[in-house]
Write a protein that binds this ligand. Structure first.
Ligand code: AMP
Length: 634
């Protein structure tokens, strides 16, 4: 079938299309309605259907693939490797589920998971899914303030964590940050379950903190039946950054997500049961949720969970580590981010050629724009197709790519491809709201209804969801339009090109960060009066955060400015996490603002990138621009 036919069917007859796709997963009870669109802009998919993500990812395969590898946990930080078969994974997940139940966690309760990339993190996610608890995984790179705001929003009954993570041989003390976060948060979780990896000392709070190994021992033979959930019950919350300092809890369902992932594994990732999927993301991000944990397991594959860097700096200096994993575990499909490839590009190509990569059939890249030179370099080095795919935390699976298993259409360099089935992607002119023609830049929007798998709402705040994402309507149909907050352009062949964010969100090494969040951490420094953070183009990381601060007490000496810069970076590390640390902090006396006091971030960003600052008719004080230029020159 041509992709155009496949796509058109999903748009013209979504009920028939998604009914067919829904056969890819097990249903305990069939759905009575495919799509409930009675409350726009919300959607409910597979209404009344009863299913379970853990059943579809694990239990379903025990009879036919019981001895096949399911989870391969590799850490080059602790030099450990362990493979869990589907049968073993099934047993571990039931143990974890039994622990959770013994702690009073049940259907609809939230469990916050703040963990490094270890097998137990996956057990915890799947255990939640099994018993109908809602997991909220917080990326380990976030520090105590970020964690505290997520604890307060999700109000978890239980937090699952560990003593520490490790990055490039440096121990990251998770437990200390967690204790600090719980102290800061209004909401206090009743219980904290801790995996002790023996990496860092842990202070424990009697009655609250429990040792995972001890608990596991008590539940070795646990049999915990799957809790069948109505398709539209929540499976998880995943926080993501937006324009305000308060992160948004993207909430996803059960049935729609399972069907969307199962369909994508086949049509987009051309993956079959028995293969090995290696996604180098982190479980703290959406790519990790969808394509480390749920997607590959729903497809009956082995999935690799890797703790470590693409280029090892410590125990085993080796820039070929990923490729040695591909060789050893016969990886069939790999998924990574352009930044990681740009890091590898600096290494000698022999490191790649040393390994037998014949099992590898394709490399998928997502999370940030894929530049042509990185794409061509890695495609030539690996000798396999490199497939860009564009999506967001909110969508849960690719919005655009080339679905090679439907039709082997060509990819175009610099373009993530075509809108995927179910997504009515359009471009709207920012000023007039009119539909854009070919080769005309506009805001990428998706006409309601969104396909299965996408966000249901912002956790606990339908109103914020509507106000944030659905503020516009389609000029032709009048239907609500979901804004991606990305600029895009479409060529004559219908291929899209993504041109960056329309809002104040930046993308550092594929990690999405709100400049407001970084500004708020910086503003907590006692000597900061005003601050502006912008994303500036970077060859390696795509973008880096750059801060401009006005100190309360003027810093006239170079040493004073350098000290302030160091202190500010430390404050960001402590509050937000090193992931948000600005690459540079410049001290200025004025910041460019409009007469109504709005920061002209786009002008600051343009100056940082050596571009024209744009329309300045509304600027309050033109001298502020000179201050930015002078600071950059020093
Ligand atoms: P996140 O929600 O963290 O996955 O970040 C989503 C954002 O990353 C999108 O809104 C885009 O700005 C950017 N992004 C993701 N994938 C791509 C891609 N393939 N090409 C260009 N930008 C991308």
């Amino acid at each position: 079938m041509s992709f155009a036919t496949f796509y058109q069917r999903s748009i013209d007859d979504p009920s028939a299309f998604w009914t067919e796709q829904a056969r890819r997963i097990d249903w305990h009870h069939p759905f009575s309605q495919v799509l409930d669109d009675s409350r726009p802009p919300f959607t409910r998919w597979f209404v009344d259907g009863a299913t379970n993500l853990c059943h579809n990812a694990v239990d379903r395969w025990v009879a036919t693939r019981g001895e096949q590898p399911a989870l391969i946990a590799i850490s080059t930080e602790t030099n450990s490797e362990k493979t869990y078969s589907y049968r073993e994974l099934h047993a571990e997940v039931q143990r974890m589920a039994a622990i959770m139940q013994s702690l009073g966690v049940g259907r609809g309760d939230r469990v916050l998971i703040y963990m490094p990339m270890i097998a137990e993190a996956t057990f915890a996610m799947l255990a939640c899914a099994r018993i109908g608890a809602i997991h909220s995984v917080v990326f380990g790179g976030f520090a105590s303030h970020s964690l505290a705001s997520r604890i307060d929003d999700a109000t978890p009954k239980l937090i699952v964590s560990a003593d520490a993570g490790s990055r490039a041989g440096k121990i990251l003390p998770y437990k200390g940050l967690l204790d600090e976060a719980i102290k800061l948060a209004q909401h206090k979780p009743a219980q904290v379950l801790l995996v002790n990896r023996g990496l860092a000392a842990m202070a424990t709070v009697a009655g609250r903190d429990l040792d995972y190994a001890e608990q596991r021992q008590r539940h070795m033979d646990a049999k915990v039946p799957v809790t069948w959930l109505e398709s539209n019950e929540a499976s998880y919350i995943l926080y993501t950054s937006g324009t305000t300092g308060k992160p948004k809890g993207v909430q996803r369902d059960v049935g729609g997500y399972a069907v969307a992932l199962a369909t994508s594994m086949d049509t987009i990732f051309c993956s079959k049961g028995g293969g090995t999927f290696f996604c180098t993301s982190d479980i703290g991000w959406v790519v990790g949720h969808s394509y480390i944990v749920y997607g590959p397991l729903i497809a009956g594959m082995a999935t690799i969970l890797y703790e470590g860097l693409p280029v090892l700096a410590t125990s085993r200096p080796d820039a070929g580590i990923w490729w040695s994993i591909v060789e050893k575990y016969k990886v069939t499909r790999m998924f990574s981010a352009p930044t990681a490839i740009r890091v590898l590009k600096k290494q000698p190509p022999e490191l790649m050629q040393k390994y037998d990569l014949s099992s590898l059939q394709a490399l998928y890249l997502a999370g940030e724009p894929l530049d042509e030179s990185t794409s061509s370099w890695i495609a030539a080095a690996l000798g396999v197709p490199v497939i860009d795919n564009y999506w967001q935390t909110e969508s849960g699976w690719p919005i655009m790519t080339v679905a090679k298993n439907i039709e082997n259409k060509p990819c175009k360099l610099g373009s993530p491809g075509l809108p995927m089935y179910g997504y009515k992607v359009r471009l709207l002119n920012e000023a007039t709201g009119a539909l854009c023609g070919a080769n005309e830049k506009g805001v990428v929007v998706i006409e309601w209804p969104l396909p299965p798998g996408c966000l249901q709402t912002i956790y606990g705040d339908d109103q914020r969801c509507v106000a944030t994402y659905w503020a516009t309507r389609m000029p032709d149909s009048g239907l609500p339009a979901y804004s991606t907050f990305d600029w895009g352009i479409r060529d004559e062949d219908g291929y899209y090109f993504i041109l960056g964010r329309t809002d104040d969100v930046i993308n550092v090494a594929g990690h999405r960060l709100g400049t407001r969040e970084i500004e708020e951490s910086i503003a907590s420094h006692p000597n900061v009066s005003e601050v502006a953070v912008v994303g500036v183009e970077d060859k390696l990381k795509g973008q880096v955060a750059v801060a401009f601060v006005i100190p309360k007490a003027a810093e006239s000496s170079a040493e004073g400015r350098a000290r302030l810069e160091t202190e500010i970076m430390r404050v960001v590390d402590q509050r937000l996490g090193s992931v948000g640390r600005p690459a540079r902090v410049y001290v200025v006396g004025l910041l460019p603002k409009t007469r109504s006091g709005k920061l002209l971030r786009r002008s600051i960003q343009a100056l940082c990138e050596g571009r024209d600052p744009g329309d300045l008719t509304t600027i309050e004080d033109p001298a502020s621009l000179q201050q930015i230029k002078d600071a950059l020159r020093v």
